[in-house]
Design a protein around this ligand. Structure first.
Ligand SMILES: Nc1ncnc2c1ncn2[C@@H]1O[C@H](COP(=O)(O)OP(=O)(O)OP(=O)(O)O)[C@@H](O)[C@H]1O
Length: 262
């Protein structure tokens, strides 16, 4: 599936939060969206998964205007894992993952053996099968995040939107989840804060600042000290790591330039 954002603009109370953004995710790519706090990453993603409606511009899925699609059709094509886990009561982990199958069903249609198989497989893939019967509300932040990834997998979406998917995860699961996404080769757009993870996993990236794309391209070209200074205001040294072959960023805090701590 190819996704295209064409010149999307979005404002709230006359404040322009997204300013003429164009981007593209080609079939099978894992594309990163990076940028400082408040640069518009989540707002852009919400415009893509239809929680917000662009003032102007277009979002297309394989050339189809998404705003003209039925919501159910969008949900079949696109799965979203956002930072905010849903507030739920009395739903088990398995129930939550089964919800990923809903866009494929008619109203009141019963769940099938295939639905249940897909749910069990998805739970196994994220390492949550042992907690399938636990109340979702009692999980840790990281466990919730993994269950939401499982829900997306069970839904067999062709396009995955991840809004800081590794936010609550310990390092093992950060690597596991991004490895999984990469292995599945699902077309994915992911807002990521960890630049080293983004450097390792993303095929390409877009850098946002104040609602605009200020750089884009393959990670090796985009991740340069000058750019990171101008966007994040942080000094860095970047080398290509001999084992990964990917950019490895070392952050140099202000205190180093001042000669360390008193
Ligand atoms: N409903 C709203 N009303 C007013 N301003 C808003 C609203 N929603 C978002 N904003 C503002 O839009 C800007 C972009 O927010 P957004 O959440 O998209 O940033 P982000 O890049 O995802 O940030 P973070 O990395 O902190 O998650 C911020 O300045 C935020 O305060």
């Amino acid at each position: 599936m190819n996704i295209e954002v064409e010149c999307v603009t979005f404002s709230i109370h006359d404040k322009r939060l997204i300013d003429g953004i164009c981007l593209q995710v080609k079939a099978g790519e894992l594309v990163g969206l990076i940028g400082p706090n408040g640069s518009g990453k989540s707002t852009l993603l919400k415009n893509m998964y239809r929680v917000l409606k662009p003032d102007s511009g277009l979002v297309t899925l394989d050339g189809q205007d998404m705003l003209r699609m039925k919501y159910k059709e969008t949900a079949r094509q696109m799965a979203v894992v956002s930072q905010d886990a849903p507030q739920t009561f009395d739903f088990s982990v398995r129930d939550i993952v089964l919800m990923g199958r809903h866009p494929h069903k008619k109203l009141l249609e019963a769940d099938t053996v295939v639905d249940h198989e897909l749910v069990e497989q998805a739970l196994e893939r994220v390492g949550m099968d042992a907690q399938a019967d636990q109340d979702f509300a009692t999980l840790s932040g990281g466990e919730k995040q993994r269950v939401l990834i499982a829900r997306a997998l069970a839904g067999q979406a062709k396009f995955l939107v991840l809004d800081e998917p590794t936010n609550h995860l310990d390092i093992r699961y950060q690597l596991q989840i991004l490895d999984l996404v990469k292995t599945l080769r699902i077309t994915t757009l992911a807002a990521l804060h960890d630049l080293n993870l983004a450097a390792f996993y993303c095929d390409r990236m877009y850098v946002l600042k104040e609602g605009k794309v200020v750089a884009s391209g393959i990670t090796e070209d985009v991740l340069q000290p000058d750019l990171l200074w101008s966007v994040f205001g942080v000094e860095t040294e970047i080398c290509i790591h001999p084992k990964t072959g990917k950019p490895n960023i070392t952050f140099l805090p202000d205190s180093l330039r001042r000669g360390g701590y008193p």
